[in-house]
Write a protein that binds this ligand. Sequence first.
Ligand SMILES: Nc1ncnc2c1ncn2[C@@H]1O[C@H](COP(=O)(O)OP(=O)(O)O)[C@@H](O)[C@H]1O
Ligand SMILES: [Mg+2]
Length: 328
Amino acid sequence: MNAIETMDLTRKFGSLTAVDNVNLKVTEGEIFGLLGPNGAGKSTTISMLCTIMKPTSGTAKVNGYDIVHEPGQVRGSIGIVFQDPSIDDKLTGRENMEMHADLYNVPRDVMHSRIDEVLQLVELEDRASDYVNTYSGGMRRRLEIARSLIHYPRVLFLDEPTLGLDPQSRDHIWSYIRDLKKRENITIILTTHYMEEADELCDRIAIIDRSRIIAMDTPHNLKEELKGEIIILQTNNNDRLVDKLLETELADSITEINGELNLKVKNAHTALPRIVELAVSNSVYVDSISIREPHLDDVFMHFTGREIRETGGRALTGMGARIRGSLK
Ligand SMILES: Nc1ncnc2c1ncn2[C@@H]1O[C@H](COP(=O)(O)OP(=O)(O)O)[C@@H](O)[C@H]1O
Ligand SMILES: [Mg+2]
């Protein structure tokens, strides 16, 4: 059975379509990522799947229950960690857990052992009697994850689970998520705008841009689809070299990130000597050259013609439009 299946799931806010005919299936036990920039429609998708918001059209099944017609059953079978923290500062960690357990009618006799179990999973058992206002951001996030698991949900929704956390806390959360999958055999659907996070954690990823799914596959296959390598060049005149490159077919796409040219080529061994030759014959000095495998950033750029975050990078060729046209 699919843990989640959406059928033309759509949500409009006035004239704005925030989620546009999304169709996806998540298999039981999978960690599935919704990857996309801010405003892409990730949180709105999650809100509909969690029955917090009604679709404008289309629907979805979560654990076999219809989100429009059986919202109660959906809610009882899922756990949610929202993008915005929703934990009570004036209670202790354990009190927060107990309140949630009551809310979900977890029987008293199993409640305490379950609370211990999930607190242990996120390594908070020693701090459980402390007030939450003494917790760090990472610890609050961990408590929210533990809390969402109390009623043994079969599907867990994590909306931007590591947003704003330092790298160490982020690594912790990643390992808990991996652990969870192993120990509880739970299906996890998470949203993120961090490429690395999607790459590290997810079995499959749907890339969402401007309210639509533009690509969906395993991280490996998404990168494989780029079929090639990235040559990174530092030169004394990027603009002139780009002008000349555009007259050739040496690079599939060209982007400039932090002053460096990133050239996507099919084969770096054959392309590199010709690119250097082109530079030399046009009096462009090349200061450094390196070659790397494509990252998910390159995949996003490939499908959209834009960078996922605005880091000052610019796409210098219009791959996005062409590729998008060929997607089903
Ligand atoms: N309650 C709302 N009312 C009006 N517009 C909204 C509302 N919620 C989200 N939006 C808009 O819908 C789009 C998608 O938002 P959201 O789903 O939060 O994106 P993401 O989570 O990918 O950053 C954005 O343009 C956002 O401004
Ligand atoms: Mg969001």
